[in-house]
Design a binder for this molecule. Structure first.
Ligand code: ADP
Ligand code: MG
Length: 251
């Protein structure tokens, strides 16, 4: 009886632990031929956490994000995203993963000849959402990024910053559980960077987990409580709050 109660408690605790995990990465490594871009990476990300990935160019930030999105295979170590095991991920499970994960990569792949509305709506069309529901959602998110007057302009007529906002809207419109953003403000001026960070923070406030690669101190300062993993030559050099990071940068 006593043992049973302990076992039940253990199961409840363990079940809750698993459910509260968004990402679990265990001894992950990745090589491009003879070159190891990631070496022995381990961390867990709780649901609703905001994590920055920092590190010099070539440290492995993009490689890690691409693995979490199923764009690169997990060959060494283990990784789970929102309960989906990425090891031996079957191609039929990739759509399931992509429904849970929104991505904003720097070379934003929006379609220049299509309108803002169409570019954002696409993310919901592939999910088969009914038209009236879809239109309401798309209009709401276009309003949130401040482009409502440009809804029916083709994207080629927008500035770089406006196009990046469209990419962000598209990654968020389907309410992903996790957003992966690879230097999303890389080419933007400071005002627009701040504006975009507000949008990310708004989603984070609603419970979305975020992993954002950046090497901008301005961007790091926007989310003072965020966790920071600093990558160096494919390894985790530190994992903690901003204070640690600043000490490190001062060295
Ligand atoms: N497709 C590739 N083929 C070969 N090497 C690559 C490829 N992609 C990235 N790398 C190498 O892996 C390392 C990590 O790259 P990356 O993940 O893009 O770093 P970061 O995003 O931190 O700048 C770099 O040394 C880079 O040159
Ligand atoms: Mg990169």
């Amino acid at each position: 009886m006593g043992n049973y109660a302990v076992l039940s408690l253990y199961k409840i605790y363990w079940g809750g632990y698993i459910l509260s995990m968004m990402v679990k990465v265990d001894r992950l490594s990745y090589n491009f031929g003879a070159y190891w871009a990631l070496k022995d990476i381990s961390f867990t990300l709780g649901k609703g956490e905001f994590l920055f990935l920092t590190g010099h160019s070539g440290a492995g930030k993009t490689t890690l994000l691409r693995m979490l999105y199923g764009a690169l295979p997990v060959t060494r170590g283990r990784a789970t995203v929102s309960g989906i095991q990425l090891n031996n991920l079957k191609s039929r499970h990739i759509p399931q993963l992509r429904r849970k994960v929104g991505v904003v990569f720097q070379d934003f792949k929006i379609l220049p000849k299509r309108t803002v509305f169409d570019n954002v709506a696409m993310a919901l069309e592939v999910r088969g959402m009914p038209r009236t529901h879809l239109e309401r959602r798309v209009r709401a998110i276009i309003r949130a990024i401040g482009l409502e007057t440009r809804s029916y302009s083709t994207c080629e007529r927008l500035s770089g910053g406006e196009q990046q906002r469209v990419a962000i809207a598209r990654s968020m419109v389907a309410n992903p559980e996790l957003i992966l953003a690879d230097e999303p403000t890389g080419n933007l001026d400071i005002d627009l960077t701040m504006h975009l960070m507000e949008i990310f923070k708004q989603f984070h406030t609603y419970g979305t987990s975020v992993i954002m690669a950046t090497h901008s101190q301005e961007v790091l300062k926007c989310v003072p409580n965020a966790r920071i993993i600093h990558l160096q030559d494919g390894r985790i050099a530190s994992d903690g709050q901003r204070q640690n990071q600043e000490e490190e940068d001062a060295q």
